[in-house]
Each structure stands twice: as structure tokens, then as C-alpha cells.
Write a protein that binds this ligand. Structure first.
Ligand SMILES: [Zn+2]
Length: 113
């Protein structure tokens, strides 16, 4: 059992391109796609969530200038992977497939995510 736990820790539950739901904070309940992950900090940025406004001065490259929204990083612990099969925020488990690759499974529907 202890061995299983250490394996799970090495593998990330959330990856770039996954659909996740925010479970804590001001954006709670919102869903979006993972854009970036900072593994060292344990943080991720999600499309359309935790938007930070940047003010840009009008320049030669950027004729418009003005306010630009950028997704800020948030703690991965506040995100939950959404299962493609049951489309609910899923508790993620890991399963070793026959070809030796490790796969993520949804604990509620037991399907590979
Ligand atoms: Zn599921």
C-alpha cells in the first residue's frame, strides 16, 4: 500500500489540456482547460479562470494597448479533474495497464481518463 502511494505522487493527476473544475476560491464551480502547469510550485493556470488584468501601453507592436486578461496560476489542490465519461469532477486513481503504462482512472465510473 505504501508503495502504491509513492507511485501516485510521482504521476500528476492534472496535465496540460485536461478539463478541470475549480473547487475552492472565488471561481469555485467553474470549469476550464489547463493551459500551463508549474510542477515545482504545484500550481496551474486554467483557461478563463483566475484572470488577472494587465495594463498595456500602446506601442508599435501593439496598436491597441489597454487592458489584457491573463490567466494567473492557482494551486492545483484547488482544482479537480473532470471525468470525460461521467463529466463530473472526479477523484483520480491510477491503474497499471497491460502494456505497463500507468493510466488515470475516475474513481466513480472506473473509466480511464
Ligand atoms: Zn467518471
Amino acid at each position: 500500500m505504501a508503495l502504491r502511494k509513492s507511485c501516485a505522487r510521482k504521476m500528476d493527476k492534472i496535465r496540460v489540456g485536461d478539463t478541470v473544475q475549480v473547487i475552492k476560491g472565488k471561481d469555485r464551480g467553474k470549469k476550464g482547460k489547463v493551459l500551463r502547469i508549474n510542477a515545482q510550485a504545484g500550481r496551474a493556470s486554467v483557461e478563463g479562470i483566475n484572470l488577472l488584468k494587465h495594463f498595456r501601453r500602446r506601442s508599435q507592436q501593439d496598436q491597441q494597448g489597454g487592458v489584457v486578461s491573463v490567466e494567473g496560476l492557482m494551486n492545483k489542490a484547488n482544482l479537480m479533474l473532470v471525468c470525460k465519461n461521467c463529466s463530473r469532477p472526479a477523484r483520480v486513481g491510477f491503474k497499471l495497464l497491460q502494456d505497463g503504462t500507468k493510466s488515470r482512472i475516475c474513481k466513480s465510473c472506473k473509466e480511464v481518463i
